[in-house]
Design a protein around this ligand. Structure first.
Ligand SMILES: Nc1ncnc2c1ncn2[C@@H]1O[C@H](COP(=O)(O)OP(=O)(O)OP(=O)(O)O)[C@@H](O)[C@H]1O
Length: 366
């Protein structure tokens, strides 16, 4: 069991990196605490697998340190790090039985036979593999094989952490949900540090207590699913989390007002001050579709927008709007009548986020 610390870690696959874009991992610090259930979430190519492989020792970082419980492990080979890794595709020995596959990692470290038996039976029970124990692995379905792969990771008691690299890719959609629940149960039972890599926000939030969102080789936010939804720290987190993602409006201070193109926005003085004092011109206001107030009639302080179309999802609808020249999406619940033609929008001040150079800037709400 271990706390995993990444210190000034960076990695490039190029021999002669010239710019930040040449780095698969841009210099970062991060701590995975002992016993946590974490997800590493981000789009394809953002560096998730690179980071996992550095932690497990399959890859040597270009610079920086990996520490387990405060000890630098950079020079330790994967087998000495006691990290179990479960990959996208099952790694099982086809000719062995399920029992022998599960026993293999323990026999390798010369565990007494009695203890091997106890552990294999325990792990098989948790993963619901007991009826398959005597079968050869080659006769299993893809998801049974992946359960064996997971079991091989879980069976050793001395593992510091288990890293899952998109482990449910090959699993039937109906079984995915069940296996995710199973992993969560296993986490609670074994109290082991688990890092689960995925590009699927739903998978991340059902498994993890805390999610690290990765973008362009960096962790741009580390927080609970709720924090990522309510206070995205970076515009990318806003876009990526939520369905649909957050709306962003490019704004500037003009004539004493905060303007989004030709539209004057009703914002608090503190937001106005922050916008007018910003040294950057990359300034955005973000608001989630859920938090835009949509009115079918003119209301005080409402900004007139055009309704382009409404998509009905049964319990809620997404309204596609144009405000000035800005395209917006708003979510309304089933009890609210969808507007047609025009709508009047209000942005509650406490739901607006200010982003300068893509990062959130906190301003006190009145
Ligand atoms: N062996 C390699 N040699 C060169 N470049 C690589 C290698 N492996 C990954 N990369 C590059 O490093 C970057 C990060 O890749 P990585 O596989 O870590 O991302 P990822 O988030 O895991 O993506 P995916 O979800 O598609 O697996 C990408 O630009 C990728 O092309």
């Amino acid at each position: 069991m271990a706390e995993i610390t990444l210190k000034s870690l960076a990695h490039t696959y190029l021999p002669d990196p010239r710019s930040l874009e040449d780095y698969a991992i841009r210099e970062m610090d991060h701590v995975w605490h002992q016993g946590g259930a974490y997800a590493l979430l981000g789009p394809s190519g953002c560096g998730k697998s690179t980071l996992l492989n550095i932690i497990s020792g399959l890859l040597e970082p270009s610079s920086g340190e990996v520490l387990f419980d405060g000890e630098v492990v950079n020079d330790l080979p994967p087998e000495a790090r006691n990290i179990a890794q479960v990959f996208q595709f099952p790694v099982v020995y086809d000719t062995m039985t399920v029992y022998d596959n599960l026993a293999f990692p323990l026999r390798n470290v010369k565990t007494p036979a009695q203890r091997i038996h106890e552990r294999v039976m325990e792990v098989a029970e948790v993963l619901e593999l007991t009826p398959q124990l005597k079968r050869r692995a080659r006769n299993l379905t893809a998801d049974e094989k992946q359960k064996v792969s997971m079991g091989r990771g879980l069976v050793r008691e001395d593992v510091s952490a288990i890293l899952f690299d998109e482990p449910l890719t090959v699993i039937d959609p109906q079984l995915k949900w069940k296996l995710r629940r199973k992993l969560k149960e296993i986490h609670q039972r074994f109290e082991i540090t688990m890092v689960y890599v995925t590009h699927d926000q739903l998978e991340a939030s059902t498994f993890a207590d805390k999610i690290a969102v990765m973008y362009e080789g960096q962790v741009v936010q580390f927080g609970t699913p709720r924090e990522l939804f309510e206070r995205p720290n970076h515009t990318f987190v806003g876009y990526f989390i939520g369905s649909p993602g957050m709306n962003f409006l490019e704004v500037e201070a003009r004539g004493g007002n905060v303007m989004a193109g030709s539209v004057e926005l009703a914002v608090e003085q503190a937001v106005h001050d922050a916008v007018s004092h910003a040294t950057s011109t990359n300034i955005k206001l973000g608001i989630r579709p859920e938090f835009i107030e949509v009115h079918a009639e003119r209301v005080e302080g409402g900004m007139e927008a055009r309704v382009n179309h409404v998509q009905d999802f049964g319990t809620y609808s997404i309204v596609y709007l144009t405000l000035g020249r800005i395209e917006l999406k708003a979510r309304i619940e089933e009890d609210q009548v969808a507007p047609t033609g025009q709508a009047w929008l209000r942005f509650p001040n406490e739901r607006l986020g200010l982003y300068i150079d893509e990062y959130r800037v906190e301003v006190g709400h009145e």
